[in-house]
Design a protein around this ligand. Structure first.
Ligand code: BG6
Ligand code: MG
Length: 217
């Protein structure tokens, strides 16, 4: 039995869906009469759909009734899913399948730990679902990142103790969650944002097998 488990975030780590989340939120903001910039979209990474809408309405200085809030949540997701519908394996981020295959060949347990409620259909779309021994997503948690719940459930499902798990994350809240879970946090993306990560890489092309082997030992 292997003693190390690997947990991957989805959006921004496995696939670049942040751009589709952005386009769907931007459309809603424009309909409500204000702009939503790519810089502001940074605040949405790793954050639940509900919290994203709360932040968006703050940006637009808009007060919503519960009914409006619920309608906009649904509307944003319908627009987002229209982009997901067109996705295929070409949208997997560079070298992700190579890393997953390396771990699979060694029988290392692999989990997904994502805030998204759309995680499973996305993994199916890009044909990566079969790599994962456990999928923990926005449908399975009560507390959003930076709370460690999502990663702790993933570790439990893999049957690996938390301090023997490695987490790949592109969001600040995700790195905080991994650290709070006592896991090895690996930041994928901008190291000036992911300062709390134990290791930082721009993307998976910078990660070689010898580094992965050191994490296994
Ligand atoms: C996270 C994204 O993975 O999932 C966030 O980084 C997103 O931007 C969140 O809001 C929830 O996603 P979904 O698919 O449930 O709306
Ligand atoms: Mg992410």
């Amino acid at each position: 039995m292997n003693s190390t488990g690997f947990i991957f975030d989805l959006d921004g780590v496995i696939v670049d869906t942040a751009k589709y989340h952005y386009l769907a939120w931007k459309k809603l903001a424009n309909e409500l009469g204000f702009e939503f910039t790519k810089e502001q979209n940074e605040l949405f990474k790793g954050v639940s759909r509900k919290r994203c809408l709360e932040i968006l309405l703050d940006i637009g200085n808009i007060t919503a009734t519960q009914e409006q809030f619920d309608t906009w949540m649904v509307e944003k997701n319908i627009d987002y899913l229209a982009y997901i519908e067109k996705m295929d394996a070409s949208e997997i981020l560079p070298d992700v399948p190579k890393i997953l295959q390396f771990l699979k060949d060694k029988n290392i347990p692999i989990a997904l730990g994502s805030a998204s409620k759309n995680a499973k259909p996305i993994l199916e779309k890009v044909n990566l679902l079969h790599y994962f021994d456990a999928i923990v997503d926005g449908n399975n948690v009560t507390k959003a990142k930076p709370d460690p719940e999502v990663f702790l459930i993933a570790a439990k499902q893999l049957g690996i103790s938390a301090n023997n798990c490695v987490v790949f994350e592109d969001a600040k809240a995700g790195i905080q969650a991994a650290n709070a879970a006592n896991m090895v946090s690996i930041g994928i993306g901008d190291s000036s944002i992911l300062t709390a990560a134990k290791y930082n890489f721009k993307n998976f092309t910078e990660i070689d097998f010898s580094f992965l082997k050191t994490l296994l030992s």
